[in-house]
Design a protein around this ligand. Structure first.
Ligand code: ADP
Length: 470
């Protein structure tokens, strides 16, 4: 079954709109209910006020002398209140009818009642009915009559109150519609601002994948804008950019490696081919001297292949370290011993400055590191000597610092940053003569890194110094 998918932008816009719309709805409801309540209290107060005014006005029309009401004045007041929605009946103290609004002007009473009922039911949806309340009319502390006030109940809005409430409701409605529209537009703008960088990153990732799947012609470096104010989005764009650069760099390195290997293999193979062809053609005799020369080339080739193998396993981190506890000083002493004869032959001195330095490391791999360093030191030194030292490290995070210093030809400043790169030789023609392929230091550095240590090279004044921090 195909799963329903929705774009990030639409999803965000929908979420924003729903959330803010819901909040707006709740707010509108609260405003509506509370204004309704306040308004109703106000309206009820007004009705009570008007009723009080009616009772007072009717009381004022009582003449204690004649013990009767001024019917003409009562009619004037009564009709005034009829227009306001109060249908009044006045009786004297014996229950005799003094004035009845309906009897006076039935048509006007019905018009007013219908108008109010129409307003309350039609406009505000509040159904009610006419209700009567009887109040005593008092004069000098004595009940002198009764006023019956009939109104639309439980309460009703006067014309002005109705207009006011309708305007408030209309304004609220308009405000809600305008706000909803504004929220919708803002949601789209906001969600676009978030979705755009994500879409760009996704598009860049797709292009990168296409570029490296071989389906694209050429491999353009896809770099996207990473100047976003949202931290995570900027981080995402930066990650995509660094992925693109890393991939390009990895590919460049791979190409470089292939061409370097081809180059390194070509020279000994050409020599071998030449020697063997010369022997086949009878130019050289297949004697010991020529066979030994061929053998040397084969040994060099085998060494190169072995180095490459080590390097590959180190670079792919498939190297498992076989760690044991031993004294670095012992290892350095034993390794230096192997180079004594070579140093003696070149007439250079080999000094050791060692202190007891217990470590937990891979003995054989570290031995490989120091063999590489010592063989280089002796190879590139013609006068003076080589000093191997181990001392407590001053830097935090490492324990021991081993240095192999020589008084040889040194390394040019410009070559120092590249010295640990594969196949890098400070002086290409010279190194070829000395037999190196430029992998020894790369292997040594990779082994040290695998141990969590660091390796550095320096060359100031006379000779070079290599430091291994473990
Ligand atoms: P190689 O097998 O060519 O010696 P390395 O990786 O061991 O390869 O060394 C890389 C390059 O660094 C060498 O070709 C050489 O130019 C330079 N180098 C290494 N050690 C020394 C040293 N002790 N003195 C001078 N140059 C050195």
């Amino acid at each position: 079954m195909k799963r329903l998918t929705i774009s990030l932008q639409n999803r965000l816009a929908l979420t924003y709109t729903l959330f803010t719309g819901f909040a707006l709805l709740v707010l509108a409801l609260v405003i509506n209910i509370s204004t309704g309540l306040i308004f109703t209290t106000l309206v009820k107060g007004n009705i009570a006020g008007e009723t009080g005014e009616i009772i007072r006005a009717m009381g004022e029309q009582y003449n204690p002398m004649s013990r009767s009401f001024d019917a003409v004045a009562i009619e004037a007041f009564g009709m005034h209140f009829v227009h306001k929605g109060y249908i009044i009946t006045v009786e004297d103290e014996h229950g005799g009818l003094v004035w009845d609004a309906r009897a006076c002007d039935m048509r006007e009473c019905m018009t007013v009642i219908n108008e109010i009922a129409g307003r309350m039911e039609g406009q505000f949806g509040m159904s009610g009915e006419m209700r009567q309340d009887r109040y005593p009319v008092r004069y000098a502390g004595r009940t002198v009559g009764t006023v019956t006030v009939e109104t639309y109940g439980p309460y009703f809005y006067s014309e002005t109150e109705g207009v006011f409430l309708a305007s408030v409701n209309r304004l609220l409605g308009i405000a809600a519609i305008v706000l909803m529209a504004a929220i919708f537009v803002i949601s789209i703008v906001l969600s676009r601002a978030i979705a755009r960088p994500v879409n760009k990153s996704a598009e860049a990732a797709r292009q990168i994948a296409q570029a490296y799947s071989g389906s694209a012609n050429g491999k353009p470096l896809v770099i996207i804008d990473d100047h976003y104010q949202t931290k995570e989005l900027a981080e995402l764009a930066r990650s995509i950019n660094s992925l693109a650069t890393e991939l390009e760099e990895a590919e460049r390195r791979q190409k470089q490696l292939t061409s370097d290997i081809a180059h390194e293999l070509r020279t000994p193979l050409t020599c071998l081919q030449g020697d063997i062809e010369a022997m086949i053609d009878g130019v050289y005799k297949p004697d010991r001297e020529h066979l030994e020369s061929c053998h040397e080339e084969i040994i060099r080739l085998a060494g190169l292949v072995k180095d490459l193998n080590t390097l590959t396993s180190l670079e792919w981190e498939s190297l498992t370290l076989n760690k044991t506890e031993f004294d670095l000083a012992d290892l350095l002493r034993i390794t230096a011993e192997q180079f004594k004869a070579a140093a003696f032959e070149k007439g250079i001195e080999l000094h050791l400055r060692l202190v007891e330095s217990p470590v937990l490391a891979d003995y054989d791999r570290l031995k490989q590191v120091f063999i590489n360093l010592l063989s280089n030191a002796i190879k590139y030194t013609d006068t003076g000597g080589v000093t191997v030292a181990v001392e407590k490290a001053a830097n935090p995070g490492v324990e021991w610092e081993v240095s192999v210093a020589d008084t040889g030809i040194g390394i040019p400043e410009s070559d120092l940053p590249h010295i640990f790169e594969r196949f890098y030789r400070a002086d290409k023609s010279r190194s070829r003569g000395t037999g190196g392929a430029g992998i020894g230091l790369t292997i040594a550095a990779a082994i040290v890194r695998a141990h969590g240590g660091t390796m550095s090279a320096g060359s100031s004044g006379r000779g070079s110094v290599f430091k291994v921090a473990l």
